[in-house]
Design a protein around this ligand. Structure first.
Ligand code: SR1
Ligand code: MG
Length: 414
């Protein structure tokens, strides 16, 4: 596969190559019906994720801008991951679906190009990446409302409870995503729970991981059950990687991006990822903020947000079920409670898995690795592993937001 245009900016884009900034400008000029004739285009590659290239192209005359996102044949984080460029199709199609299911909560896609494995979409530069904003101790009072609407609409409305079973199975086929699922199966469900050579472990954490995770056979058994559940429970069309780096935010708007890991899996996976990533923000604040009002306000807001998400998710889920459930047997007395109960268990487990894997695995989060004081980082990592294990092992006990808050407060006393 060619990895570079013959001469930057001179391709006709009839055959795939990985673009550089001048290519992206040429692409925007010739392949997108977006900028006016004579536009003065500049481009910056702004991708900081593990997989793709993200170009921001601006018309300096008008300020009008667009994002072009291109999938390369290997992951940016490591050549070891050969990932199908079809993920760009999946991402474009999912974003278009989510745009309808959850209006205002995802960017608009303008074009998908099957040859160049890229898509053009709305530029959200007036928003910021939520992880970065949380690390600046910013608060977003509308986040819990926005994210719970997104979760309920994208998860319940794509399930067998609402869709006709044949329509749903067509979607399952269209969004089979084996390469990206393999990454999750390995990085989330397998490697953190043994001394895998690909793990990347803070030296002070290694002995703790060995004693509390790798030598715990009961924990390993639960992770195996959860992994097989992830691989075989085609419940809802997931985002698949819903961490705070996949969320653009500003005070009055939240947009979920990067759904390239999307596939039909257990609904709780997305909910749990959101919760775990708010725990990372909480641990970052605990490690870096001086005692005082600012620290208390920020940390309390994070806990209140976790609580609100868990509780509001359930309220909105019940409401949407009442409005949209069409499947006859789903209407039987007690079934909704049974179904939601399973999602809540999966939510706790997914939160636990994310806490463990971001600590021990190859793909870390900045909230934890940028804690400069090594004693504070060790404390934060231990908290991730203790809470992570608890959420996995006791997943049936986390049925309300207050249950999470209690567990987090017990672990991190301040
Ligand atoms: C090889 S990709 C590593 C991680 O980055 C993505 O954002 C997913 O979280 C994945 O597990
Ligand atoms: Mg991503």
């Amino acid at each position: 596969m060619e990895t570079r245009g013959e001469k930057w900016g001179m391709s006709d884009f009839q055959a795939y190559f990985t673009m550089k900034e001048p290519d992206a400008i040429e692409y925007a000029r010739t392949k997108l019906d977006f900028f006016a004739e004579g536009a003065k285009l500049t481009c910056e590659e702004i991708g900081d994720g593990n997989l793709n290239y993200v170009f921001r192209i601006v018309d300096e005359n008008t300020g009008k801008s667009v994002i072009i996102k291109q999938a390369g044949p290997v992951a940016r984080i490591s050549d070891e991951f050969k990932v199908s460029t079809d993920r760009n199709r999946i991402e474009s199609e999912i974003l278009q679906m989510q745009y309808k299911l959850a209006p205002g909560l995802v960017p608009q896609v303008y074009k998908y190009d099957v040859v160049m494995n890229c898509c053009a979409m709305e530029d959200l530069s007036d928003h910021e990446i939520m992880r970065k904003a949380l690390m600046e101790y910013k608060q977003f009072p509308l986040f819990a409302d926005h994210i719970t609407t997104f979760l309920v609409n994208t998860l319940l409305l794509t399930s067998d409870v609402v869709l006709h079973h044949k329509e749903k199975k067509e979607l399952v086929k269209r969004f089979v995503n084996p390469d990206l699922c393999e990454i999750t199966e390995d990085l989330v469900y397998t490697e953190p729970f043994y001394d895998c050579p690909r793990n990347d472990i803070f030296p002070a954490t290694r002995a703790f991981a060995k004693r509390h995770l790798w030598e715990d056979e009961a924990l390993q058994l639960e992770t195996a059950k959860l992994k097989f559940e992830f691989m075989s429970n085609a419940q809802s069309l997931l985002h698949g990687d819903l961490h705070t780096g996949s969320i653009f935010i500003k005070p009055d708007s939240t947009k979920m991006i990067d759904p390239e890991f999307a596939f039909y899996g257990p609904a709780g996976y997305d909910v749990g990822n959101v919760i775990a990533n708010l725990v990372f923000a909480y641990l970052y604040a605990d490690a870096t903020l001086e005692e005082g009002e600012r620290r208390d306000v920020h940390m309390e807001w994070l806990l209140a947000t976790i609580e609100d998400i868990v509780d509001t998710f359930q309220e909105k889920f019940a409401q949407a079920w009442q409005e949209h459930a069409t499947e006859r047997t789903a209407g039987y007395k007690g079934f909704r409670e049974y179904y939601l109960g399973a999602i809540l268990r999966d939510t706790a487990a997914a939160a636990g898995l994310e806490l463990c894997r971001r600590t021990l695995g190859i793909a870390h989060v900045k909230d934890i690795v940028s804690i400069a004081d090594s004693t504070a980082r060790e404390k934060a990592e231990r908290a991730c592993l203790i809470l992570g294990k608890k959420f996995i092992m006791e997943r049936g006990h986390y049925t309300t937001g207050a249950d999470y808050v209690r567990a987090i407060r017990n672990e991190i006393r301040y």
